[in-house]
Design a binder for this molecule. Structure first.
Ligand code: MEV
Length: 347
């Protein structure tokens, strides 16, 4: 048996803007996806998050589904509108998505044999914690490890980006990069290759006093939220995207200086811009308002439309009490943890 895990992630700043080439600061989190692989003739797939769902595919069937999904992605990409792909995946109960994530890894790694794969994730879907990216990275590494294929982190990340495209259309690549490499990451989508800088030297201390609130599963997927922002009037959107980008640079400087007072202002301004982009909800607004009232800072994380809220206050206990008082369960997570890793290999 081979067992691999990869962390989830949170955006300290820069979600949505990162899709348009602005920088983001993203931290891996200590909620992980565990992927186990054992020998099997056919490909059998189980995800413990959905105990009622299991799939069995022959290799030929799996490659057929993968081909179909990738062709649909191409068609949608030509139109710059992914609704057809998203609708197909939803209608098909996400089987096509699950199959193509496995199929893409197999094709890229040159694997043509069956295996049994079991996914056990601590990361809720749609929370803004990178559940799909964490799955993509850990599935790819687990298949490579099981079939004794040598693979670099860079290559895992490339494959995971392709897998992410199936479910998000054209994501920035920030999620999979952070789940793959781990740590605190400065990410900027650029050509010909993305800027990925690890901030360990610039920010060598442990990030503390961040607490998270889960406001519930969003009604829309990340891909759909990104599409909504894309459909806003260009001038209106561009102005807000630029502001968030500028604040990412400022956030980096304030983190380096340990200027948490300025950092709080930046977080709150970012939330204002994300709200104007349509990514907030009533529940998120309620949490943000309450945290700001006690001189803290809060913002949504990831695509929004629900999911988690990042909250910061110099007095963590005060923050935790406040979150409980407004009826939520405070989540404490370690930030900037290790990326993808092998948990077990007795192959
Ligand atoms: C999702 O975690 C972050 C977004 O910026 C989308 C992306 O970067 O692909 C909303």
């Amino acid at each position: 048996m081979v067992k691999v895990s990869a962390p989830g992630k949170v955006y300290l700043i820069g979600e949505h803007a990162v899709v348009y080439g602005q920088p983001a600061i993203i931290a891996s989190v200590n909620k992980r996806t565990y992927v186990s692989i054992e020998p099997s003739k056919k490909i059998t797939y189980r995800d413990l998050g959905w105990p009622d769902i299991s799939h069995t595919w022959s290799v030929k069937e799996l490659f057929g589904i993968t081909e179909k999904i990738l062709n649909l992605w191409d068609t949608c990409n030509n139109k710059q509108n992914f609704s057809e792909l998203f609708n197909f995946i939803k209608k098909n109960g996400y089987e096509g998505y699950r199959a193509s994530v496995v199929g893409i890894a197999m094709k890229r790694l040159g694997v043509k044999e069956g295996f049994s794969i079991i996914i056990d994730s601590q990361i809720p879907v749609g929370a803004g914690l990178g559940s799909s990216a964490s799955r993509a990275v850990s599935i790819t590494k687990a298949i490579a490890q099981f079939f004794k294929k040598k693979i670099s982190l860079e290559r895992i990340n490339e494959i995971a980006y392709l897998q992410e495209k199936v479910i998000h259309g054209i994501p920035s690549g920030g999620d999979n990069s952070t789940c793959c490499f781990g740590g605190l990451v400065w990410f900027k989508k650029t050509q010909p290759s993305n800027e990925i800088r690890f901030l360990k030297k610039e920010i060598p201390y442990k990030l503390e006093n961040f607490v998270f609130v889960y406001t519930g599963e969003p009604k829309k997927t990340t891909g759909e939220m990104v599409q909504l922002v894309r459909e806003l009037k260009e001038e209106y959107r561009a102005e807000r995207i630029k502001k968030i980008g500028e604040m990412s640079y400022e956030m980096l400087e304030s983190l380096k200086r340990k200027d948490f007072k300025r950092m709080k202002e930046i977080i709150n301004q970012t939330q204002k811009n994300l709200t104007e982009l349509g990514a907030s909800t009533k529940e998120i607004d309620k949490v943000v308002k309450a945290v700001q009232k006690v001189s803290g800072a809060a913002k949504l994380c990831g695509a929004g439309g629900g999911g988690i809220v990042l909250c910061y206050h110099e007095e963590k206990k005060k923050l935790i009490d406040l979150i409980r008082n407004i009826g939520y369960d405070p989540w404490e997570m370690d930030l900037a943890v290790e990326g993808v890793r092998i948990e077990r290999d007795d192959n």
